[in-house]
Design a protein around this ligand. Structure first.
Ligand SMILES: [Cu+2]
Length: 395
């Protein structure tokens, strides 16, 4: 080891080279391991947020263009890498041959060549790219199904318009659509039921993204966007908020459930129905829900056409998941959630049980066992079970 004198004793040099080589090997091994782990995350049937496995017309067009650009980029990449290696070997300094190679400055043919060739390559990439951008923004077909998508912190509301004499349907986190039919998603961050836009009822910026169906599109307060897409195959596709929007952004997922036209219509009809059990029929559980714990300040279980502060729960039990697709909907998880939602998904919820007013910043679902504000009742497990059993009947 160096002794601080600044000199290296004979014998130490070898040790140090060995040490740094070992260090380099360790670093290399660690790098490869990390790479392998990251790459492993890209495959497997469980990862369904995969834009390389398109299941929608629009996603397929994007994927085709992507592959086309990958081929061109790979050819250019190989050309550059080979050129660098060849130049490095051919013109390297050698014993007895240490002067600069012949300089080519001012060679007109070369300069014109390496200006024109990249310009042509860029044009070949740009023309189909710009064309596809325009094509993806074509107006929706008249047969398209309109679905309003409202970005909230941190969940998604889906609204189906009233039509054919039926009422509007408001649901959360699971978007049902028919296969093969174009969907015209109207993306908004403002909910007129909660205030008057652009100042009231608006949320922060989110981004709607279902990688297997189409690219991302921002959900911007005060500026509604639209995104059209057509699913080619029945199945469940995973979506994700793709614009950082606060504490639980990473958990702000959703599902797109693609069904046959008949199944979809049946689902929509069922969603239009009233609740399977009314608050009154629910008896004690109904009182706990509406009176004792004030769940109805933020939710409704009575009317699936209403947009309220929290997810519409009129048909909660018809969903596979809850909490923006984070949890499978089952009794145990639901009870835990009702007791203490913020412990399951990060939320700024401590003040959500206080009466709204200046200084009360409330984003999310409150805990009914922790941080209970003075004068507000704490929930027992038995009460949570009762409420859960009531909610699980609402299919
Ligand atoms: Cu978001």
């Amino acid at each position: 080891m160096p002794d601080g004198s600044g000199f290296v004793r004979p014998g130490e040099i070898e040790d140090m080279t060995n040490g740094s080589r070992r260090k380099r090997l360790t670093l290399l091994a660690m790098g490869l391991l990390t790479l392998a782990t990251v790459v492993a995350g890209c495959t497997g049937p469980e990862n369904r947020q995969n834009s390389l496995r398109p299941a929608g017309e629009e996603a397929r067009k994007i994927d085709d263009l992507f592959m086309f650009v990958v081929v061109i980029a790979t050819i250019v990449g190989i050309f550059v890498c080979v050129g660098v290696v060849v130049a490095a070997i051919k013109f390297r300094a050698r014993p007895g041959k240490n002067e600069n190679p012949k300089q080519v400055h001012g060679n007109t043919a070369l300069e014109v060549g390496w200006t024109l060739l990249p310009a042509v390559i860029l044009a070949v990439v740009a023309v189909p790219t710009v064309a596809l951008i325009f094509q993806l923004n074509d107006a929706p077909k008249p047969s398209a199904l309109d679905v309003r998508v409202v970005g909230k912190q941190w969940w998604w509301q889906f609204e189906y318009p009233a039509e054919k004499g039926g009422t509007k349907v408001v649901t959360a986190n699971e978007m049902h659509i028919p296969v093969g039919r174009e969907i015209n998603a109207e993306l908004t961050a403002c909910d007129p039921s909660l205030g008057t836009p652009p100042t009231g009822g608006c949320n922060v910026i989110h981004s709607f993204w279902v990688p297997e169906l189409n690219g991302k599109r921002d959900v911007v307060p005060g500026h509604d966007n639209t995104l059209t897409f057509t699913a080619e195959k029945e199945g469940t596709y995973l979506g994700q908020c793709a614009e950082y929007c606060g504490l639980s952004h990473a958990n702000m997922r959703f599902r797109v459930i693609v069904q046959s036209e008949a199944e979809f219509e049946e689902w929509l009809e069922e969603q239009r129905d009233g609740p399977a059990v009314t608050l009154e029929e629910a008896g004690r559980a109904g009182t706990l829900f509406s009176k004792k714990f004030g769940c109805t300040n933020c939710h409704t279980t009575e009317d699936s056409s209403l947009s309220v502060y929290g997810p519409n729960l009129t048909h909660l039990a018809s969903r596979e998941t809850f909490a923006s697709g984070y949890y499978q909907l089952n009794r145990k998880r639901l009870i835990d959630w009702i007791l203490d939602a913020p412990s399951m998904i990060p939320m700024e919820a401590a003040e959500c049980r206080l009466p709204p007013g200046p200084g009360v910043t409330c984003v999310g679902m409150p805990s009914f066992v922790n941080d209970t504000p003075a004068g507000q009742p704490t929930m027992t497990r038995a009460e949570a079970e009762e409420i859960a059993d009531y909610l699980l009947q609402l299919d």
